[in-house]
Design a protein around this ligand. Structure first.
Ligand code: CP
Ligand code: NVA
Length: 304
């Protein structure tokens, strides 16, 4: 049987995603109680990082250890991937030795090619186009604080980037409306907008996106790989900040999330992380629990 992969949220059904998020919350509770779990004993996760990471690396590596398995960090600098070995050849070899592979890279096509040649599950740990693992944690966090997001409204403030694209997929999978406020020239991918026309509204004014919303989310103005654009982006995005004033026009119970790392004074005000609606630390921790649930689902083929 071909391996199941997790390259975007669309690789799972809504029912599977909801079970996964529920399971993540159960794992969190269990872990906090000190329960020892060895569901992935002797299993190995290979982690390929072509871009930097704090949360993703720590959560996958700690998660595998906590489930009784292990994780190995591979960087292109130290492997033949960085010396031009074809992706498909690397995929065949690496997947013949481990139980799952996690990849953070630039072109989304790279994870698709790797997955097509891999005999074990492949997880997208961020590409230029999508960041689905973060959405598992975000959806888990929303549910833990406010219950189901179904029928609600999420406001995305800022760049129409990889995180925004994954929010568009999440809108369809978790059944909410997404208001995207971004400057002209920084819209999400047109094919995604076209595909989810009934779910996504693009506006230019952050207030139009935030009014009455249940969740406000943002991300850095310049993503990894866009360092040269930093100055131009600072100018383009100067009016796209989540701050207490913007929060005040959202729903009174609105939450604030950010995948982190955050730039205080840019996409968020300096006081935003401490705002009563902010759940950024719980969101970051949930990367661990959500991915443990994901690893069990992909490697064992079940959630229990
Ligand atoms: N949010 C996130 O993916 O963080 P890292 O880049 O630190 O992994
Ligand atoms: N959009 C950001 C997310 C980092 C977790 C980036 O791609 O750099």
């Amino acid at each position: 049987m071909a391996a199941r992969h997790f390259l975007t949220l669309n690789d799972m059904t809504t029912t599977e995603l909801e079970s996964l998020v529920d399971h993540a919350s159960a794992l969190r509770k269990e872990w906090r109680q000190g329960v020892v779990r060895d569901s992935l004993k002797n299993r190995v996760l290979a982690m390929i990082f072509e871009k930097s990471s704090t949360r993703t690396r720590v959560s996958f590596e700690a998660g595998m250890t906590q489930l009784g398995g292990s994780a190995m960090f591979l960087s292109p600098r130290d492997t033949q991937l960085g010396r031009g070995e074809p992706i498909e050849d690397s995929a065949i070899v690496i997947s013949s030795m481990v139980d799952a592979v996690m990849i953070r890279t630039f072109a989304h096509e790279t994870v698709e090619r790797f997955a097509a040649a891999s005999s074990v599950p492949v997880i997208n740990a961020l590409t230029d186009d999508f960041h689905p693992c973060q959405l598992l944690a975000d959806m888990q966090t929303y549910r833990e604080h406010r219950g189901s997001i179904r029928g609600g409204t999420v406001a995305w403030i800022g760049d129409g980037n990889n995180m925004c694209h994954s929010y568009i997929n999440a809108a369809a999978q978790f059944d909410f409306h997404l208001n995207v406020a971004c400057p002209e020239g920084y819209d999400p991918a047109p094919e995604l907008l076209e595909q989810h026309r009934d779910r996504v509204t693009v506006v230019r004014d952050p207030e139009d996106a935030a009014r009455g919303a249940n969740l406000l989310v943002t991300d850095v103005w310049a993503s990894m790989g866009q360092e040269d654009e930093q100055k131009a982006r600072e100018k383009a995005f100067q009016d796209y900040q989540i701050n207490p004033t913007l929060m005040s026009i959202a729903d009174k119970d609105a939450l604030f999330m950010h995948c982190l790392p955050a730039h205080r004074g840019e996409e968020i005000s300096t006081d935003m992380m401490e705002h009563p609606g902010s759940v950024v630390w719980a969101e970051a921790e949930n990367r661990l629990h959500a991915q443990k649930a994901l690893l069990e689902f992909l490697i064992l083929g079940r959630l229990d």
